[in-house]
Design a protein around this ligand. Structure first.
Ligand code: PHE
Length: 355
């Protein structure tokens, strides 16, 4: 090894040196700067260097000596701190540090509360894929081919039909599911009535993100299929749900609506829990807030899923978890839910928002 290589090797050792005790720090000093130390040895070699190169090598070796001294000082400081903290760790009178505990996300809390209401009355919980084919998200649910929801403007396509000519299922588009009704189709296709199930999960719609809308949100949808299921049972179930979650004094009302997969269909309003029905900003002074969509499963949907509509009938409903959470927590901006700011999330630690 030539001189430069030997200097570089010692330099690397200095850089990597570690010492946690005072003895180890002293050992480092002796090893580098002591009478027979590595740095001292290299400095001695300066005598043999030709005169015209002395200045250059002198500077280089001085640099090395300084870095050894600097590192020695750093190690001394480090070992000093380690010693003090060791002493402190031994102080039994020192107050303990409190551990911060994690908490459930507010949307998880609300989803769980919704799920609990239905599992208590005999519903099972079903899950399905978030990337869904056209059949389960739209086709089996009676969406006509030209329905606006099938447009790029409203749905995130993972594989639009036009791109899929060379793959299996060439005529099936793949998209992020726009509702968890897709899970209900899967349950009906794979099981026999009686079916009583809810499907909680994430859904996606091509919306601009704002304080009131997001392109990803959560739903809990429900399905009940059996012989002789009636609209009155649907209304009774939803009334039970609203009262279980918001208290015995709340009322619901159903307004006629339209969904491709239910007939008749309705929008469900609940008396405003903020003002008790008297009128406020949250209910836009109407006394009512919309909480979900529902209806009797369209016989065509039952047929699509191999269930005989002459024997069976059913109802379905679907709600947005964020919407229900808004009625409980009144968070002013929906985006706060997904920014994961601990100062926001911390407020839900014990399941009760203190805002
Ligand atoms: N799938 C509907 C939606 O996403 C909700 C719904 C479910 C309506 C079941 C009626 C019956 O808006």
């Amino acid at each position: 090894m030539n001189l430069e290589e030997r200097i570089a090797a010692v330099e690397a050792q200095i850089k990597d040196a570690a010492a946690t005790t005072a003895d180890a720090v002293e050992a480092f000093r002796v090893d580098m700067l002591g009478r027979n130390g590595k740095v001292t040895g290299l400095l001695d070699e300066l005598k043999q260097v030709p005169v015209e190169q002395k200045k250059l090598w002198g500077q280089r070796l001085n640099q090395l000596k300084n870095s050894a001294k600097d590192r020695w000082e750093e190690l001394q400081a480090g070992a000093g701190t380690a010693n003090t903290s060791q002493q402190e760790a031994g102080d039994g009178t020192r107050p303990a540090l409190t551990e911060s505990t994690g908490s459930l996300h507010p949307i998880s809390i609300v989803r769980q509360r919704i799920v609990d209401v239905f599992t208590r009355i005999g519903y099972t919980v079903s899950q399905g894929p978030e990337v869904e084919d056209d059949h389960h998200n739209f086709g089996a649910l009676n969406f006509p081919p030209d329905h606006p929801a099938r447009d790029m403007q409203d749905t995130f396509f993972v594989r639009p039909i036009s791109c899929s000519s060379e793959v299996e299922n060439a005529n099936e588009a793949l998209a992020l599911r726009t509702h968890t009704s897709s899970v209900q189709v899967r349950v009906m296709e794979s099981g026999k009535p009686p079916i009583r199930t809810i499907s909680p999960g994430r859904v996606y719609r091509n919306e601009a993100i704002s304080a009131r809308a997001h392109c990803m949100f959560h739903q809990v949808e429900g399905l009940y299929v059996d012989k002789g299921v009636s609209f009155a049972e649907l209304k009774g179930t939803l009334d039970h749900f609203a009262k279980s979650l918001f208290g015995p004094e709340v009322k619901i009302r159903l307004r006629p609506s339209y969904f491709p997969f239910t007939e008749p269909s309705a929008e469900v309003d609940m008396s405003c829990t903020i003002c008790g029905g008297g009128g406020c900003a949250v209910c836009k002074h109407s006394g009512w807030v919309e909480i979900m969509g529902c209806g009797m499963v369209d016989p065509a949907v039952l047929s699509n899923c191999n269930i005989d509509p002459d024997i069976y009938s059913g109802f379905a409903f679907g709600m947005g978890v964020e919407r229900i959470a808004q009625l409980i927590y009144r968070v002013p901006d929906l985006r706060l839910y997904w920014e994961n700011d601990v100062r926001f999330l911390d407020q839900f630690t014990d399941g009760a928002f203190r805002g």
